[in-house]
Design a protein around this ligand. Structure first.
Ligand SMILES: Cc1ncc(COP(=O)(O)O)c(C=O)c1O
Length: 496
């Protein structure tokens, strides 16, 4: 059993820390720490891997999870190993495993009915659906976005937000007219203009690094710029890709260079708007992650986002903020873009992961003028909204956004200490709330760190080419941060 050593926490953080130091074990009955009994993967995991790989390509499988034994911030695997989970199902578990409030959710009949009678929401929504949308999704809507559509996953939320942007753009081009010409109606059936117009969505890549990730469906994939393997063999659109700022850390010491990075990126955005206009493929929208996540936790300043919004407005293009990974609290605010003080609300905001349902919020002008334009059979799942309602209740009653901020300070402070102690191994600690990352000095170094973390009882995540990202649940408390930091220290010490 891993023993917790005391980590030095600065007194400024200590006051906040004490507020949250206890409490979560009582609710979750979590273990005191990780417990690693076998190599990972152990014999049972290896047998399961063999069984699964006879049926499908499963090279991406990390470990086989025992969902009955996983609890709170701890994930249990098939071999009985218990790991502190800082990755939480690719950042998609808001409250950790088996939270009692969620386990109780389906103990009432009406909620079971919602589970059993899955509706085609666009055609036969339940009598409680408008109120549910208001009580749950609109209760946490980004300011100024009073429209919401539900979807199944992150990629189809992005895909649908693109369609909303194109509909809005084309309706504006028609001067607000909501009928179509005969030529449009005919040409669209041959995938040709003017019915299927040549239009583009701009996304971002990072210089020398991986870039944006917006999903793997065709439209979303055309804007994904993280890894070639996601895109190979699939036909795609000729859509522009602007350079995202590439910051140096710590931010306070590189203010001037980082401002230059913002300027360079924004100039490139403007250049691409012009270039694609000349090509006859005008840019109807720009999609951007508030923190470019899969691409390596690449950050940009509030000023960058404010200016990007102004550029989009001046070009009559929609600004789509992809909050699939950053949304629902991990940065210490419900939506990461709240950190940016945007002068006006974003046009469209996509969500999924911790929100449990996919979808997008939008300003009122993005409501399509005709039915069936953004549509599919299920359009989400009411049972996910029932779970989300509980999640939002717990976030509020347990003050989880405050907890995220407090734990984030403990984690960041500890990571800064470690980057000073091991400069030959890690650097560039960055992030907001518990949405944190650091870089290893090489991809090989990162592999060693990740291997040691797992051996020592921490399940971690990576992004970009050399980054380690933290994506714990919102219930990750300072005591979990202490355990993580001690294990990370031990893991770094073990690398000779
Ligand atoms: C920012 C962002 N957008 C979209 C997606 C796609 O979501 P999904 O995997 O649910 O399709 C992801 C997934 O990691 C993401 O991080």
């Amino acid at each position: 059993m891993f023993r917790v050593k005391k980590t030095k926490i600065p007194t400024v953080i200590l006051k906040d820390f004490q507020k949250f130091a206890s409490g979560y074990t009582k609710v979750h009955k979590e273990p005191d720490g990780p417990c690693v009994k076998t190599e990972i993967p152990g014999p049972k995991s290896k047998a399961l891997f063999k069984e699964l790989s006879d049926i499908q390509q499963c090279g991406s499988v990390n470990l086989f999870t025992d969902y009955e034994k996983s609890v709170g911030n701890y994930i249990a695997d098939a071999d009985g190993n218990i790991l502190l989970d800082t990755y939480t199902q690719i950042s998609s578990l808001p409250l950790g495993y088996n939270h009692p409030e969620l386990l109780n959710t389906f103990s009432n009949d009406s909620n079971i009915r919602a589970l059993v009678n899955r509706p085609a929401l666009g055609v036969f929504p339940g009598i409680d659906w408008p109120q549910k949308l208001r009580d749950v999704l609109l209760s946490v809507a980004p300011k100024g976005c009073n429209q919401v559509m539900t979807m199944m996953c992150g990629a189809c939320s992005v895909e649908s937000a693109f369609k909303a942007a194109f509909i809005w753009y084309c309706t504006n081009k028609r001067g607000g007219k909501t009928t179509f010409s005969d030529e449009e109606l005919k040409s669209v059936m041959d995938n040709k203009a003017p019915g299927a117009p040549k239009l583009a969505i701009m996304s971002f890549k990072a210089p020398l690094l991986q870039g944006a990730f917006h999903g793997r469906t065709f439209g979303a994939l055309a804007t994904t710029r993280s890894k070639p393997i996601h895109k190979l063999d699939f036909p795609s659109f000729d859509w522009p890709c602007a350079i995202f700022p590439h910051y140096k850390y710590p931010l306070e010491e590189h203010k001037r260079e980082n401002e230059e990075q913002d300027k360079k990126s924004l100039a490139h955005v403007c250049e691409l708007f012009e270039k694609w206009e000349k090509k006859g493929i005008p840019v109807a929208g720009v999609i951007v992650e508030p923190i470019q996540s899969e691409g390596g936790d690449n950050h940009a300043s509030p000023e960058f986002f404010q200016q990007l919004q102004a550029i989009c407005a001046s070009k009559c293009a929609a600004l789509i903020l992809d909050e699939v990974q950053t949304g629902c609290g991990p940065t210490g605010k419900m939506w990461c873009h709240e950190h940016f003080n945007l002068p006006s609300p974003p046009d469209l905001v996509t969500f999924s992961k911790k929100m449990l349902t996919g979808g997008y919020y939008a300003r009122p002008e993005f409501k399509p003028p005709q039915a069936y334009r953004i549509f599919n059979t299920w359009m989400g799942d009411p049972s996910k909204l029932i779970l989300l309602e509980q999640v939002l209740k717990v976030i509020k009653t347990e003050k989880l956004l405050d907890l995220v901020q407090c734990t984030g300070k403990v984690l960041k402070c500890g990571l800064h200490e470690l980057e000073c102690e091991f400069p030959d191994k890690i650097n560039s600690v960055r992030g907001r709330g518990t949405f944190l990352a650091f870089d290893a000095t090489s991809p090989e170094m990162r592999d060693k760190i990740m291997g040691n973390l797992k051996k020592n009882g921490v399940l971690g995540g990576v992004c970009g080419t050399t980054s380690v990202r933290l994506r714990p649940a919102l219930t990750f408390a300072p005591k979990h941060a202490e355990i993580f930091l001690d294990i990370l220290k031990k893991s770094l010490q073990q690398i000779k």
